[in-house]
Design a protein around this ligand. Sequence first.
Ligand code: G3P
Length: 217
Amino acid sequence: MKFFLDTANTDEIRQAASMGIIDGVTTNPSLVAKENRKFREILIEICDVIDGPVSAEVVSTEFNGMMKEARELAALHPNINVKVPLIREGLKAVKALTSEGIKTNVTLCFSPSQALMAAKAGATFISPFIGRVDDISGVGIEIIRDIRTIYDNYGFETEILAASLRHPLHVMDAALIGADIATIPFKVFDQLINHPLTDIGLKRFLADWEKVKDQVS
Ligand code: G3P
């Protein structure tokens, strides 16, 4: 399973990247809006730190605008893939971008049928949003389970990028179901490591060692 970081904050990206287990980054307009920096500058900086796919989202909602933005974003760095919303014009753009060799991440996916359409259009990644479905009393993770089955039934190569993951259990559920990628907020990335028994156990090991270290070392 690949881990992407879901943030446009380059400090967070540097911190997580120092562990060596971040495979890519996803951004979206809301995440970029928090940073108060030029979008393109952020993207270039992310690409300098992470040697893997970096998603940059278009904000046009019609085909020609999306294509123009997508080509400009993709030209910034070979690792950039273009995030396109799952609307009719977006799927048209995904088909055209794929034929131009530009990788795409189809975002704002909330149903298996949408994911099937994105795969048919040739999307590189599909981003089902789990937390936002849970927010309205749905069971977000079931969408990923169904997408996995559909893609496996037909051998679609579109990678399932589990998104809108809000806590460690979302990541675990996505892993158990077989999502190809989890895109994770920095806080959740950190939470995945924590366990109180690890802390207690380490404290005890070190205390025991301290008592005998002069005799055994
Ligand atoms: O990658 C999409 C993700 O950032 C959305 O997360 O928490 O805003 O639903 P959230």
